[in-house]
Ligand binder design. Structure first.
Ligand SMILES: N[C@@H](CCC(=O)N[C@@H](CS)C(=O)NCC(=O)O)C(=O)O
Length: 259
């Protein structure tokens, strides 16, 4: 198996966590988002949508993190990572949908200005705009243009912070009478949330989740899993983590002011 991924991408981290949970071996290819290598001809040959992650299994490519995780759990899970009862299974699917449709775009509005924008600001303005215009998805294009031009002052960031917190609050409530997100057993819903929870920690924005005790408790249990360490934490070097924390803390008043 070959995984095309990027170190800071939460949806790539989630796929890696899933692969490690299932003890699967894979070759990893880092694709730069800073230089938009994902838009290159070679990568579009693998995934025409030009997004990461993409997992190549033989001749087949799966190019959406949730589809990848569902495929891996079905093919290699032997009943692990997915609930067997219908009610919990449908709960898991609804959480995966919520994370993909709402939490991921909201988190991208926090990550992009902090991690990718600095590289874009070093480019010629017209070149950076051309790169953004080459993104196949129009909504993503418009979001990145605004984040490039306005950074943390973009409206998308304010919306992102509010959405991030609203979803965390909703998930926290749902966790009050359950051990894990889709019931009694750890599974794909927990894996899928872990990297997004970690984002608040990586920038020193812990207050975004500190009011949610069940989530904090879930995060401390998730953090002890070797798959979390390997798939989420080890993706980013200690040096980069320190730098993200320093830059994030410098912006925490701004982020908290958007809540
Ligand atoms: N729903 C997709 C979202 C994938 C996605 O948004 N990936 C980002 C990285 S986190 C990406 O490839 N962005 C490309 C770009 O910004 O041009 C999934 O879960 O795989």
């Amino acid at each position: 198996m070959e995984l095309f991924s990027n170190a800071i991408s939460p949806c790539c981290q989630k796929v890696k966590m899933c692969l490690y949970e299932l003890n699967l071996t894979f070759d990893e290819h880092e694709v730069s988002l800073d230089s938009k290598e994902n838009l290159s001809t070679w990568f579009r040959g693998i995934n025409p949508d030009a997004t990461l992650p993409a997992l190549k299994i033989g001749d087949k490519v799966i190019s959406d993190s949730t589809q990848i995780c569902l495929h891996l759990a079905r093919e290699f899970g032997n009943g692990r990572l997915m609930p067997s009862d219908v009610k919990s299974y449908s709960k898991m699917l609804s959480i995966l949908g919520l994370l993909d449709e709402k939490l991921h775009p909201a988190s991208a509005c926090l990550l992009w200005p902090m991690c990718i924008r600095p590289s874009f600001l070093k480019m010629e303005y017209s070149y950076a705009i051309e790169l953004i215009k080459a993104i196949p998805n129009k909504a993503r294009q418009s979001r990145q243009k605004s984040l490039f031009q306005k950074g943390l002052d973009a409206d998308e960031v304010a919306e992102g912070v509010k959405t991030y917190e609203a979803i965390m609050s909703e998930i926290d409530l749902g966790l009050r009478d359950m051990n894990w997100l889709s019931g009694d057993h750890f599974g794909l819903a927990d894996i899928s949330l872990a990297p997004y929870l970690q984002i608040s920690k990586q920038f020193g924005w812990g207050d975004l989740i500190s009011e949610y005790p069940a989530l904090e408790e879930l995060f401390s249990r998730l953090s002890t899993r070797p798959s979390f360490k390997r798939g989420v934490m080890d993706s980013i070097s200690g040096e980069s983590r320190t730098s993200m924390l320093i830059k994030g803390r410098a912006k925490s008043a701004k982020i908290y002011g958007l809540r």
